[in-house]
Design a protein. Structure first.
Lengths: 351, 146
């Protein structure tokens, strides 16, 4: 048996030399004067590097082609190499709440040039307030979590066990708002223009009618007949999902979180919620008492939880709306007490 | 660990649509903090205040501290400064005695829109010169950092 040639592993009879030359030529092109680079750092208004966001920088050549992606490094730096000379639009999508997404168009880079481009990142809606970014906190907690590699645990009833502290993994795409009827869209616009000054959370009321979509960490406490979600940073912060086979009650006072019952579909828990009041917000969107939410929750592996959430509201939405959450396990974290006692909406001016 | 997701649905469209897609997909329509600081403070009015800590409120959803600022020879004004939640601050190494009554501090932030003597705190310089700031680097967020 002859020894396999390094450059001819497919055994197609071609001599190795041409392929080698092509590789050398490609390497020379990549390193040579015909290509360009862009690199720098993401800097916040305090002059600190923007790190820990899991963000990426996108460069789009205005001559065409797909955006080119490079990850932001742990020190806040980024580097594009091997770009074609030309004009690029640079974008950095960033999740709420510490920073605002960045966009700069028309960045020109010449052949052979490595352009130094530091990106000034503006504050997001929290205006850079120390200790006020739940998404960043969740990112940091997930980054330091020591998650064992193990199979999905199961309870005494054989069902997947969701017990644990979880934090959602930011997914900017999932922040797409629901399709709204004109009256509801108008309200959502006004709320955004007013910088959410009348949001229920400002008055120590629930931040969301569907708390699972909030960026705050939560603990799932699961028994065969009851699942309890204890959510930090929200009021009341606990939600009960009945797994004992009961139906929704006939007489029910509309409630902020509604009334939830769950049943298993294989390894997926299907939670059905109705009975909402019409005072809660979904992001900036209003909803009516007709809101109906189905959350399909499963645990794909030990360290992750997923939920597909479908909402319909014939009173406010123009179509059903689906979103997904992905959560990471935080084995060493606890949920802390959150009594909302000191919000001061009197200072909320709005615009 | 699951790969971090980005606005993938927006980046597959042609370049002319990319900006619109990026703008849409980062809108904080679902993710929001306890309240929007932009409703309360004015990004166009940065302020630096130097004063003495007079009071601390280690309360949810926002910790607050108050400082006496000498604004002229005969005027000392008490300012209210807003931080994030004590729960978050604790996880970044803050304790309720990280700031003490009587500490001389320098605070950078943005003024309240309603013209009251309030600002948010985006940096706090402690008496020993250490400066703690908002941001993603937890080292710079922690008062215990070297």
């Amino acid at each position: 048996m002859p020894k396999t040639k390094i450059f001819n592993t497919r055994g197609n009879g071609l001599p190795p030399c041409p392929l080698f030359l092509v590789l050398v030529l490609f390497a020379m092109l990549a390193l040579g004067a015909d290509t360009a680079g862009i690199g720098g750092k993401l800097l916040d208004p305090n002059g600190n590097a923007v790190t820990g966001t899991g963000a990426a920088v996108f460069a789009t050549n205005i001559a065409g082609g797909a955006p080119i992606r490079t990850a932001v490094l742990p020190d806040g730096g980024f580097q594009f190499a091997g770009l074609a000379a030309g004009t690029y639009d640079i974008a950095v999508p960033l999740p709420c709440c510490m920073y605002t997404s960045f966009q700069r168009n028309g960045v020109v880079v010449q052949a052979g040039q490595t352009l130094r481009l530091d990106l000034p990142i503006a504050w997001g809606i929290n205006l850079g307030t120390i200790g006020d970014d739940p998404v960043m906190l969740a990112n940091d907690m997930r980054a330091r979590a020591k998650v064992p590699v193990a199979s999905v645990p199961r309870g005494s009833d054989g069902k997947p066990d969701f017990n644990g502290v979880w934090a959602n993994i930011p997914d900017p795409a999932a922040a797409k708002p629901p399709p709204l009827q004109p009256w509801a869209a108008q309200i959502a616009r006004e709320r955004a223009e007013n910088n959410r000054k009348d949001a229920p959370g400002n008055f120590c009321l629930p931040n969301s009618s569907v708390p699972l979509i909030l960026p705050f960490q939560y603990r799932l406490v699961q028994t065969p007949k009851l699942l309890v979600i204890i959510q930090e940073f929200d009021t009341p912060g606990y939600r009960q999902i009945y797994l004992d086979g009961r139906n929704h009650p006939q007489d029910w006072n509309p409630a902020w979180y509604g009334h939830s019952i769950g049943k298993w579909d294989g390894d997926t828990l299907v939670v059905d919620t109705v009975g909402f009041n019409d005072r809660g917000w979904l992001g900036n969107a209003p909803h009516t008492e007709k809101l109906h939410v189905v959350e399909r929750i499963w645990r794909p592996d030990f360290g992750h939880l997923e939920a597909e959430i479908t909402m319909e509201d014939p009173g406010a939405f123009s179509a059903p709306w689906k979103t997904t959450i992905h959560a990471g396990l935080l084995p060493d974290e606890d949920i802390l007490e959150f009594v909302c006692e000191n919000n001061k909406p009197v200072h909320m001016v709005g615009k | 660990m699951r790969k971090q997701q980005t606005c993938s649905y927006g980046w597959q469209v042609k370049a002319a649509q990319a900006l619109a897609a990026a703008t849409l997909c980062i809108a904080p329509s679902l993710l929001s903090a306890h309240h929007s600081f932009t409703a309360e403070f004015d990004l166009a009015k940065p302020v630096t205040l130097k004063g003495t800590v007079t009071k601390l409120e280690w309360t949810n959803p926002h910790a607050r501290f108050y400082i006496d600022v000498k604004e002229s020879d005969d005027a000392i004004v008490n300012w209210e400064l807003e931080l994030g939640s004590p729960n978050t601050l604790l996880r970044y190494g803050w304790k309720r005695d990280s700031l003490k009554i009587g500490d001389e501090v320098v605070v950078e932030g943005y003024l309240a829109k309603d013209n009251s003597k309030m600002a948010n705190a985006r940096t706090v310089q402690f008496p020993d010169g250490r400066k703690v700031s908002a941001g993603s680097a937890s080292d710079s967020t922690s008062p215990g950092a070297k």
